[in-house]
Design a protein around this ligand. Sequence first.
Ligand code: DC
Length: 232
Amino acid sequence: MGKITIAIDGYSSTGKSTIAKRLASTLDYIYVDTGAMYRAVTLFALEEGIINDKGKVDEATLIDKLSDIHLKFVPNTETGRSEMFLNDKNVEREIRAMRVSGFVSKVAAIKEVREKLVKIQQEMGKNKGIVMDGRDIGTVVFPDAELKLFMTASPEKRAARRYKELLEKGEEVTYAEVLKNVEERDRIDSTRSISPLTRAKDAIEFDNSDMGLEEQFERIHDYSQRVIAKVG
Ligand code: DC
């Protein structure tokens, strides 16, 4: 059976990664969470003092230091999931914190950052058999992907999901803060000049505001089976 490339794009907290991970594991494909890569670069910028107290990113310094950033996905043998390593340090937990979420859209809007990460992503998918999720996978990273999905849900539903996740991780946040962050990221991600978040013309739109995980997974798995059968 031929392998295909599956691109999953969409707004933050639409459950892209949950679906993508499960799909990859069912199909025995590689899974890549590109948001984790933008988050790791943001963490690097925070740790190096490249983002000042007022939240301003010193773009020139970050671009200068891009070659010092080495990213790796390392499988955790206990959970079976890949974790993000930044310069050989496991940063999986840190990159999900609100501190990083607050700045990641700014960092992801920098052309040189995108160029570096897109190149790595294209290299990871060159042999197909990959499920990649992000914002520009079907439009920029793999415009020829055989299956493209675009996930949406209302900002309130997405904020509620994210809020629950953060509480479970013990972060002290309010629902209002999370909703504000979700809306702010939507705005920056959709209006940036380079690779803004848009649906590829040939992507299937999927609004999961009122759809359970099982139903979503079944439908998406079904699409993938049909496309794989066609490829032969
Ligand atoms: O999927 P996520 O919420 O972990 O992504 C974090 C941020 O990274 C998000 O605000 C947009 C950005 N991003 C991007 O610009 N392009 C991608 N392919 C993936 C993420």
